[in-house]
Design a protein around this ligand. Structure first.
Ligand code: A2P
Length: 272
């Protein structure tokens, strides 16, 4: 099992989890069952992934309180009542009566109703229906607005993070406000990151795989990576990152890959 980090409201969250985009219901069910058997205890889904039913079927294999379940909702629910309706719909698809973490999936600044969605999440947490609340793909300016207008900071902001996009400004803002950084596409989503010589050399030095080195870099930045894999060997490999430590020099070399890859995926279009 992965160690945990304590969120600002006191909830314990595993330091590594399973991402489920893109997986359909059948793939998600099979993969989440395997992941739970291997010891994963954080499962990340979203309304937008259309696999909550499959994820929910797999969750029945363990006691509800043993697994940290995250979902996210789309922009049509950006209101106080909408957030409640989004929670109810996700909970029903997943077959659970509470969520460990519910996130606003994107700020959708053009629509400009994310502060209302945030008020809805605060009410859900007060009602005990969600244990922790947060955001996804929010930039510091969006987070600042939530804090200014409601006085409540997210417990988690989930962003695309890898050595190719180190998001230093985001991470510094999170650290100042006690927001845990969760990393989607932590392996660079197949964009050649895992073949980069800087990474393969460090991997060799630790007798680890490139994926394990990248996940360890994220953990040492205090981020919570949620790698996606549909392959049992790679699922097991991605969880085995708590038995070695990267040196400061190795951390710096990995961080220096920032900006050297292709442009980050547009999260709205890629669906993460
Ligand atoms: P697969 O599902 O066949 O394992 P990200 O989480 O950054 O979006 O990356 C997901 C991609 O990385 C998937 O294509 C996944 O393929 C692949 N992947 C996941 N774990 C590993 C690993 N340990 N080594 C190499 N590739 C991996």
């Amino acid at each position: 099992l992965a160690p945990t980090v304590t969120l600002s409201n006191g909830t314990a969250m595993p330091r590594l989890g399973l991402g489920t985009s893109p997986m359909n219901d059948a793939d998600a069910e099979r993969t989440v069952v395997q992941a739970l058997e291997l010891g994963y205890r954080l499962i990340d889904t979203a309304e937008n992934y259309r696999n909550e039913v499959g994820v929910g079927r797999a969750l029945r294999a363990v006691a509800r309180e043993e697994v940290f379940v995250t979902s996210k909702f789309n922009k049509r629910w950006h209101s106080v009542e909408g957030a409640r309706a989004a929670f109810e719909a996700s909970a029903e698809r997943l077959g659970v009566d509470y969520l460990d973490l519910l996130l606003i999936h994107w700020p959708n600044p053009d629509q400009d109703q994310y502060v209302d969605a945030w008020r809805g999440l605060i009410a859900l947490r007060e009602a005990g229906l969600v244990r922790a609340i947060g955001t996804s793909n929010f930039k510091p300016a969006h987070l600042q607005r939530l804090i200014d207008e409601t006085g409540v900071a997210p417990e988690v902001n989930q962003i695309q993070l890898s050595p190719l996009w180190t998001k230093q400004e985001n991470r510094e803002f999170h650290a100042q406000h006690n927001i845990v950084t969760e990393a989607w596409s932590p392996l660079g989503n197949g964009r050649g990151l895992l073949e980069h010589p800087t990474i393969t050399e460090i991997a060799k030095a630790h007798d680890k795989t490139p994926a394990q080195v990248v996940l360890r870099w994220e953990i040492q930045l205090n981020a919570v990576p949620i790698p996606k894999s549909a392959n049992p060997t790679r699922l097991a490999q991605n969880l085995a990152v708590f038995d070695f430590t990267l040196t400061d020099d190795e951390m710096t070399s990995l961080s220096s890959l920032d900006g050297t890859g292709p442009a980050p995926a547009d999260s709205d279009r890629s669906g993460h």
